[in-house]
Design a protein around this ligand. Sequence first.
Ligand code: 9UX
Length: 68
Amino acid sequence: MPETIHLKITGMTCKHCVMNTSKAIKSVAGVDNVEVILEPGSAVITGSANKDDLIAAITTVGFEAELS
Ligand code: 9UX
């Protein structure tokens, strides 16, 4: 069942960071939609993606994420 996941993301400083983070999140299985917000750093994800997989994907592009 689809759900909405809210993440706090630290380290993004520009629009390119936001794009990289969005792409990384979209690459995770089960993501239906994502909105990444630069200031303050956050993401709202809908779908059935695994939360740890989302956090790991964000780490891969150089930022830190936690559930919020
Ligand atoms: Mo440009 Mo955003 O290096 O980190 S992508 S500031």
